[in-house]
Ligand binder design. Structure first.
Ligand code: FES
Ligand code: FES
Length: 161
């Protein structure tokens, strides 16, 4: 089936079998391998992307269901060569080690901070509880997300102005 959607600001059209997951479509048909696949059944969060503003597990969505959607993958978080404030905060706070979970952590956190730039540590932990990390122990990840809130607050203020 032909499927059309926007990914990281670019309109794409792919030919997808009905059973192809969106995660595999992004990785194998579009070369967007920043989206990682771990459990393939919605438990680990590594495959999280942003679909129409919401954090979504791309292993649980079929490519054909993405028809007409506006998708952002981890590659689309930064529009320039520089790291985003969220990525910088992850680096500064040692919020990653092997990096396997990191794309999902970043996309989930980005969706959270976009909608709730004033979230507290409990809320960050709650939202990230669906993202498994085997390396960091989570403390540094939560600290990174909390640190990045300031940048999202500024964005929200600029949007209101
Ligand atoms: Fe999708 Fe684990 S690969 S949630
Ligand atoms: Fe290794 Fe999270 S940094 S799984």
């Amino acid at each position: 089936m032909k499927v059309q959607f926007s990914v990281n600001g670019k309109s794409v059209e792919v030919e997808a079998e009905a059973r192809l997951t969106l995660a595999d479509c992004l990785r194998h048909k579009l070369g967007l391998t920043g989206t990682h696949v771990g459990c393939e059944h919605g438990v680990c969060g590594a495959c999280t992307i942003i679909v129409d503003g919401a954090a979504v597990r791309s292993c649980l969505m079929l490519a054909v269901q993405a028809d007409g959607a506006d998708i952002t993958t981890v590659e689309g978080l930064s529009h320039e060569d520089r790291l985003t404030p969220l990525q910088t905060a992850f680096r500064r706070n040692h919020g990653l080690q092997c990096g396997y979970c990191t794309p999902g952590m970043l996309t989930t956190s980005h969706a959270l901070l976009t909608n709730e730039p004033d979230c507290d540590a409990d809320r960050v932990r709650e939202v990230l509880s669906g993202n498994i990390c085997r390396c960091t122990g989570y403390v540094s990840i939560v600290e990174a997300v909390l640190e990045a809130r300031a940048a999202y607050r500024t964005d929200a203020e600029e949007d209101r102005a």
